[in-house]
Write a protein that binds this ligand. Structure first.
Ligand code: AMP
Ligand code: GLY
Length: 420
């Protein structure tokens, strides 16, 4: 088979590594990929948001399957577009992708299907939002409705900052906004729960915990994710049952009732309190860096799973996992998530070799004239799997220190809540 993976992050490199192990593969393309995917696939510089160009590429190169990594093309409707042209594609359709593309869409489903989540209000003007905020208990959470690359969520300690958030959102900081969401602040611990679905049924696809804040001790600005581990320390049989029955099943029922087709990964972002799940957000894709911790634990052939979703026979698949734990630490460019330098060489990367339990997944890297350059804020993902998270973290840190990249920084405390 000829397969194309869309995206260029650590998640896509991890997917490419897993897919490349399949015996069914003849040729793997990454669009546009990074310096890591270049070692196992052919990178093709193509604008993945230009659907027509993408279609031409897929037809010309006789691609049998397109796997979509990031959310943006999904929310823009790439799956509907390619499916209508008779191209096999793994990812949810445009309608279902609203689960990530519109927080208000998701909240309305929660309300109708009684899915546990933070109490909320939707406002279409500043005056009503202000009035509500003046009386509301603090902290309070103000959210932009659409995709905002993780930046459209404000956790506000007082009325003044919450009003400022409302102003910023209505003034178009995250694109034109007709509505905003204000919700109750949930106490508890966060957990990422994943499933894979073929549109008829779904199966659990492990759990993880990520660290979104830039600083140690989970302090400072929000980022795309500074590291993660899998499985989550919070999961147990009772909680698993509640997540499936109270959150995931009603969501897929809602999508089916509204005639959406959900073939793909679903990332369920939860707050856990007293062993009860509350939905914080949905993402219509794998998490990044959660994907980089989960896939190395997978024993089943990922391509078989994805194909079974496309054929709608996921029911027949048994998903097997290694009984190990996995840790990922992200090496970032100094300055991230604010301003950081681009096109800085990463020397000696080739001296750090992957082995059966230790891997590097590239994120913002590019290969030019036999050298590897950092081109993004999150640059490399260092991963280790073992019986013990503390051991894995030590191994990962040793590897990062071996590289000794002068322009990089990372968090040494990933997993501190269950390790330290
Ligand atoms: P979201 O993009 O909706 O996942 O929000 C980003 C982050 O903000 C989440 O991972 C949580 O850490 C936090 N967050 C969002 N909504 C709430 C809430 N209602 N209560 C507490 N924390 C929240
Ligand atoms: N790690 C958070 C995300 O992928 O959205």
């Amino acid at each position: 088979m000829k397969i194309a993976i869309l995206g260029s992050g650590g998640r896509e490199h991890a997917i490419a590594c897993q897919i490349s192990k399949s015996k069914k593969i003849n040729k793997l393309y990454c669009l546009p990929g990074n310096a890591g995917t270049k070692l196992i696939a052919e990178n093709v510089k193509i604008d993945i948001y230009d659907f027509e160009k993408l279609r031409k590429f897929v037809e010309e190169f006789k691609i049998n399957l397109v796997i979509v990594g990031p959310e943006k093309p999904l929310v823009k409707g790439i799956v509907d577009f390619l499916t209508n042209k008779g191209i096999k594609v793994f990812g949810p359709d445009k309608f279902s992708s609203q689960l990530e593309g519109s927080k208000i869409f998701t909240k309305k489903i929660c309300e109708k299907y009684k899915i546990p989540t933070a109490k909320f209000g939707v406002f279409n003007n500043v005056k009503d939002a202000y009035k509500y905020l003046e009386k509301a208990k603090k902290p309070i959470v103000v959210k932009a409705d659409g995709l905002a690359a993780g930046k459209g969520v404000y956790i506000c300690e007082d009325t003044e900052s919450s009003k400022k958030a409302v102003d910023e959102i209505f003034n178009g900081k995250f694109g034109s906004a007709d509505q905003i969401l204000i919700e109750e602040f949930l106490q508890g611990e966060e957990m990422s729960y994943f499933v894979i679905s073929d549109g008829k049924t779904f199966k659990k696809f492990n759990t993880a915990q990520d660290h979104k804040r830039v600083g140690e001790g989970d302090k400072g600005k929000n980022t795309g994710g500074m590291g993660a581990y899998s499985p989550s320390g919070l999961i147990n049989e009772d909680l698993d049952f509640k997540i499936i029955e109270k959150v995931i099943k009603p969501t897929f029922n809602a999508i089916k009732d509204m005639k959406g087709k959900y073939k793909g990964f679903l990332y369920v972002g939860l707050m856990i309190k007293d062993n009860n799940p509350y939905l914080v957000e949905y993402n219509v894709r794998m998490g990044d860096p959660e994907c980089q911790t989960i896939l190395p634990l997978l024993e089943t052939d990922l391509l078989d799973l994805i194909l079974s979703c496309c054929e709608e026979n996921l029911e027949d698949q048994i998903i097997k996992w290694k009984s190990k734990k996995s840790m990922c630490v992200v090496l970032c460019a100094k300055g991230y998530p604010d301003k950081y330098k681009k096109n800085i060489e990463i020397p000696n990367l080739e001296t750090i070799t992957n082995n059966k339990d230790t891997f590097i997944y590239h994120a913002g890297t590019e290969f030019v004239d036999n050298k590897i350059y950092a081109t993004g804020g999150r640059v490399l993902n260092f991963v280790n799997i073992s019986e013990d998270l503390k051991e894995s973290r030590q191994t990962v840190i040793q590897e990062i220190e071996k590289l000794d990249w002068a322009n990089g920084f990372y968090r040494k405390d990933i997993g501190f809540r269950i390790i330290d």
